[in-house]
Ligand binder design. Structure first.
Ligand code: NAP
Length: 251
């Protein structure tokens, strides 16, 4: 069977997989939610926008004769990942997740771990602080409940409307970032607390290493729970899975 993949993307891992499949002339479509203004050039055809829930995705898989789905979305894109599990079960299409292990605290780290964004907001009650808030544009509104802090915001695109935080500074940058850059940034803005999602991987890790080097505490937001699914950590492992699931990779 000649494979025809759907890669659910929006991450560096998804782009790495797209290169790996393109190098082997495997048919694939890479899907983006459409959250960022400019999608980087990709080596396989792309589609942009939601599918219309699990039902919409089920229909899309059937209409496009998809043989395998790789969920390479960000670990916090929980709705998309849940929909992928449901739709693949319904359409009887094999699913694998290409994901990264969560970060674990190392010696010298000072983390307070919270289960989700509302818990992070609650944990910020108290005296004004200077906070590097690295949670993405979608969640900024929740932090308006703690307006006493200065927030350093790093966003992929310039915000369409001013963030709802009275004291903030916006940096527009896509990353990946280096520890030296992030250390300098934290010093320049006199940051005394970093708020981060436990994204895992290397692209967003610099701020965690920078916080450790400066002795700064981190408020670390745990990943959302997801339904059970097969998971691997590298594009090569996805290709192995494809080969072992009866796909003809032409090699
Ligand atoms: P989400 O809350 O799980 O998804 C909400 C809805 O957006 C989904 O139900 C789906 O709409 C649509 N969607 C999400 N990812 C999609 C994809 N790859 N292709 C097509 N539709 C998609 O997701 P999110 O947290 O907003 O993340 C959106 C995108 O940004 C994902 O591609 C993710 O990999 C990327 N991203 C997220 C984060 C993060 O921190 N959450 C960080 C970096 C990158 P329908 O129900 O209509 O299909």
């Amino acid at each position: 069977m000649r494979p025809n993949l759907l890669i659910l993307g929006g991450t560096t891992e998804a782009t790495a997989l797209a290169h790996a499949v393109a190098d082997r002339s495997i048919d694939a479509t890479l899907s983006f939610a459409g959250r960022v203004e400019r999608v980087k050039r990709q080596p396989v055809p792309i589609r942009i926008g939601g599918f219309g829930g699990a039902k919409g995705l089920t229909d899309w898989l059937r209409e496009n004769r998809i043989t395998h789905v790789v969920d390479a979305t960000h670990p916090f894109a929980a709705q998309m990942s849940r929909n992928a599990v449901a739709a693949c079960a319904e359409a009887d299409v094999p699913l694998i997740a290409l994901t990264r292990p969560p970060w674990r605290p190392e010696p010298g780290d000072s983390w307070q771990t919270v289960p989700d964004i509302p818990a992070a907001v609650a944990a910020l009650a108290g005296q004004p602080r200077r906070v590097m808030l690295a949670v993405g544009r979608m969640h900024l509104e929740a932090f308006a409940a703690q307006p006493q802090h200065f927030y350093l915001l790093r966003l992929v695109d310039p915000p369409a409307s001013p963030p709802p935080l009275p004291r903030h500074h916006v940096l527009v940058s896509r990353g990946p970032f280096t520890v030296a850059e992030d250390t300098g940034l934290m010093q320049a803005h006199a940051i005394d607390l970093v708020v981060s999602k436990n994204a895992g991987g290397t692209g967003a890790r610099a701020k965690i290493d920078a916080a450790r080097s400066l002795g700064l505490p981190v408020l670390m937001i745990d990943r959302p729970a997801l339904p059970a699914r097969r998971e691997v950590g590298t594009p090569e492992a996805v290709l192995d899975w494809l080969a072992h699931s009866g796909a003809d990779l032409g090699v």
